[in-house]
Design a protein around this ligand. Structure first.
Ligand SMILES: Nc1nc2c(ncn2[C@@H]2O[C@H](COP(=O)(O)OP(=O)(O)O)[C@@H](O)[C@H]2O)c(=O)[nH]1
Ligand SMILES: [Mg+2]
Length: 584
């Protein structure tokens, strides 16, 4: 299906043309028919000569109803511009064209109506010239009469050619259905309609509705007046929602693929064209079918920050329009550059931000986003409209490569500093490092740890035993020199004090594997265990404590805990009579 919105001044024959092409009545309201004037959006469709379907969103031309017109054209990428041959170019011809231009609509067609009343030549020439200066460029023109039907076959053929030019919709994109109508159908409940520009909808789908705490479920789908199990973009759709009161949603709301959109009330945008120097401080932002008051804060020559009166599901690259409702004036188009911009607290922050914005063009740029944000979750980027093709550094975190290298260096420095300041601790706690490096998640700390550093028991430290703090290493060296040839003689308590080996130093040495602790203040060199087993194995089995003590040339102070340790490790076994054997 191909969806096209009408555009043009009131009474130029838009609705008549849609009626003539489709046989359907676009003016749905009794009041519209009584007054002969379109007030709100109308919908009609027909089959084209190619067999394809065209659906029209017929908009009101009267200046009072421009917001309704904008809600209709916002989500539609093609326009049928209507100008009456007998009246020519008029104010809302210009305002509607300015709106299409602001929204960047690039596909269109000119129909010069009421060609039975006047020569269509002058109106055609003027309109084509006006249109050529906009995002629509040079468009085909067809002179028609809604009254006599002249030109309608040519217009149908031209619509077919236009449909063939339109880019194919992206069917795997998430759904963002801007609601243009909502009503209640007796027995079915709430129904909303909109133009599905991308993605698919199926009966049973869950969708997100801004402001609702629970997802809403698609109970039924209609397109072109028929119930369907599924609708794929591009399509006009009517969605019946289960359990959603009608007053919960209306024009300007959006039904969304859950978790795929970031609702934002702060955006940085670029103004299209030649921005007015005197942009008012408050304007209305029109995007999709929504119209939201905004406060405008100028940043650079063509960039501003908009504070929205309510959050909208906007993406980087979205086109929108700013309008001054008081002056009935389209102030211009904007392109969304950033949907999660940083606060501007510090002095000079606005100028710095303006500088950053000069580099942005609204095209999603993963490398640039990472450079600016340094660390961000993949999901957050996707919700901004930035496709993620880079590998995460940890969990679902993405990092700017240069920033990640810098963090790795910082981590090494912090661990070394911590080791200097706390020489006896076995490394720096992961959480202290997380805070020190100001990281939002401990998986990031873990991913930054590289050999020779390692994580052990929640701390980051050197993997090797020579991580032993300098004074402790020296003390252990002295123990080795003094006791190396009497390996089972443990230094006495006062000798340990002389060597500077208090409980904390001993703990550090034991964790590093440099000393073996048998009991409080009873330490041996670590190879003593294997040596002891060798000596004891040379004794007649079983052997007594006293025999062991003599063979090891040591005291009870060492022999008792040493044998108990060997028992626990299964190297020796204690028999009922307290003698032992070496287990082989
Ligand atoms: N003679 C003639 N009258 C037309 C033609 N198209 C529309 N009209 C009349 O112009 C008036 C406005 O038409 P309408 O379709 O409501 O204009 P809209 O406001 O652009 O939708 C109506 O009275 C129509 O009957 C046409 O091609 N020829
Ligand atoms: Mg009309």
């Amino acid at each position: 299906m191909f969806v096209v919105a009408t555009a043009g001044h009131v009474d130029h024959g838009k609705s008549t043309l849609v009626r003539a092409l489709t046989g359907m009545e676009p003016d749905r309201w009794a009041e519209e028919r009584r007054r002969g004037m379109t007030i709100d959006l109308g919908f009609a469709w027909t089959t084209l000569p190619s067999g394809g379907t065209v659906a029209f969103v017929d908009v009101p031309g009267h200046e009072r109803f421009v917001p309704n017109m904008l809600a209709g054209v916002g989500p539609v990428p093609a326009a049928l511009i209507v100008v009456a041959a007998d009246e020519g170019w008029m104010p809302q011809s210009a305002e509607h064209l300015a709106a299409l231009d602001a929204l960047g609509v690039a596909y269109g067609l000119l129909a010069v109506t009421r060609a039975d009343l006047a020569d269509p030549g002058p109106a055609t020439a003027r309109a084509r010239a006006e249109i050529a200066a906009t995002s629509l460029g040079a468009v085909p023109a067809v002179a028609v009469s809604g009254l006599t039907g002249a030109g309608l076959p040519q217009l149908r053929a031209a619509l077919d050619r236009l449909a063939a030019q339109l880019p194919a919709p992206v069917l795997d994109d998430p759904v963002r259905l801007w609601v243009d109508r909502s009503f209640t159908v007796r027995g079915s409940g709430t129904v909303v309609t909109g133009t599905l520009g991308a993605g698919r909808l199926r009966v049973g789908d869950e969708l997100e509705l801004a402001g609702a705490d629970a997802p809403v479920r698609v109970r039924g789908l209609h397109s072109l007046g028929e119930a369907r199990p599924e609708a794929a973009a591009v399509a006009r759709v009517a969605v019946n929602l289960r359990g959603t009161p009608r007053d919960r949603l209306g024009r300007g709301d959006a039904l969304l693929t859950p978790g795929r959109f970031h609702h934002t009330d702060l955006v940085d945008v670029r103004l299209a064209g030649d921005p007015a120097a005197d942009l008012p401080a408050t304007l209305t932002l029109h995007v999709g079918s929504a119209a939201v008051p905004v406060r405008v804060r100028p940043l650079g020559p063509d960039t501003v920050r908009l504070r929205l009166a309510r959050p909208l599901p906007l993406l980087v690259g979205d086109r929108a329009l700013l309008r001054d409702p008081g002056r009935h004036h389209v102030s211009g188009g904007v392109r969304v550059l950033d949907v999660a911009p940083p606060p501007l607290g510090r002095r000079g922050a606005a100028a710095a931000r303006a500088q950053v914005l000069t580099e942005l063009d609204g095209r999603p740029d993963l490398a640039g986003e990472l450079r600016r944000r340094r660390l961000i979750r993949a999901g957050a980027l996707i919700r901004m409209g930035v496709p993620v093709y880079a590998e995460p550094v940890a969990g679902d975190w993405l990092a700017d490569p240069a920033h990640w290298r810098w963090l790795g260096e910082r981590l090494t420095e912090e661990v070394a500093r911590h080791a200097r300041e706390h020489p006896l601790e076995p490394g720096m706690p992961v959480d202290a490092l997380r805070q020190r490096l100001d990281l939002p998640d401990r998986v990031l700390v873990e991913a930054l740890v590289r050999p020779p550093l390692r994580i052990h028991a929640g701390r980051v430290g050197a993997a090797s035993a020579n991580a032993l703090p300098e004074p402790v290493a020296r003390a252990v060296q002295r123990v080795r020199a003094e006791y190396g040839d009497r390996p089972f003689r443990a230094p006495e308590a006062d000798r340990l004090v002389d060597l500077g080996l208090g409980p904390r130093e001993i703990g550090a040495a034991v964790r590093a594997g440099a000393l073996l602790r048998l009991a409080d203040n009873v330490v041996l060199l670590p190879d003593a265990l294997d040596d002891a087993v060798r000596v004891l194995a040379g004794l007649p089995q079983p052997f007594t404590l006293s025999a062991a003590r003599q063979a090891l040339d040591t005291t009870r102070r060492v022999a008792v805990p040493l044998l108990e340790l060997l028992d626990r490790r299964g190297a020796t076994r204690r028999l009922p009579d307290d003698a032992r054997i070496v287990v082989t």
